[in-house]
Ligand binder design. Sequence first.
Ligand code: DAH
Length: 339
Amino acid sequence: MKNKILEIKENSQKEIKQIENLEQLNLFRIKYTGKSGLLTEVMRGMRDVPKEERPMLGSLVNEVRTFIESEIENLETKFNEIELNKKLANEKIDITAPSKNSETGTFHPIQRTFNKLIDACVEMGFEVVTGPEVELDKYNFEMLNVPKDHPARDMQDTFYITEDIVLRTHTSPVQARVMEKRQPPIKIISPGRTYRVDNDATHSPVFHQIEGLVVDKNISLLDLKMMLTKLLKILFGENTKVRFRPSYFPFTEPSVEVDVSCPNCNGEGCNLCKKTGWMELMGAGIVNPKVLENCGIDPKEYSGFAFGQGIDRLTMVMDKIPDMRMMFENDIRFLKQVK
Ligand code: DAH
């Protein structure tokens, strides 16, 4: 019996040296220490051993078992470590590898134009205010000195929802909404979507404007000219020429149309400016005293200037887009090109 135990020990020592991985180690464990393993078998055989030999043999078996178990444990730790290191090496992230998906989103060209204008105006101290796109006729027209049935309504071909509700034809109703609520000093811009019954290569039924309004004591046409000249030079460069032509809007008196030297050809004349060297940018003027009065501001004490700039045509010129409708089709190929 004793010999058998020592043989088990010897064999196990030899075998354990051959073990190369966890799987083999497991088989080894079952073979020696498992339920029907060699050591268990020996313990079962104790029954047939004379009583006086049992303690000695028992402790010998235990010794061998402890020895084998500690060998198993050591090997297990070693193999687990090797396995882990292998895994770590395989799963290593190469942060210098080129990324598989390098597509990034960008702003729509119209939004980029908006952002440029808004940034420049905010820098000059303007506050950004927005208003509803489905608007009351009252704010879109009446308070801006365009009564119902007035011929000036023909200037803006309107989508009527009901007789008193329209899709706003310009961003100017925000002027009326702000002045109705606040007293001067007022210095706001209002960017947003606008709607008119129009659809061809240079007109879309949905388009965009940015409105500006300054109301305070002693505001004159000179303030308007200075401010707009500064704004347009920020946008188009210091050498840009700015031109003011007399015009008519019911909500301003006097009214002007503002042009800049064509940013595409620097005023030389090209296809984009139809060989004129100039680009029409916006309407502007001194707020009609009637409009101030309609909104509850005393025209004897205060005066103001306002401007309304179209964003779409400006974007077409800056990004050389030949057809306005392209900007609203949301064709991803187009959006990628004008990035
Ligand atoms: N609302 C005008 C339009 O859409 C543009 C405009 C002209 C706005 C003069 C103004 C202004 O604020 O003072 O045609």
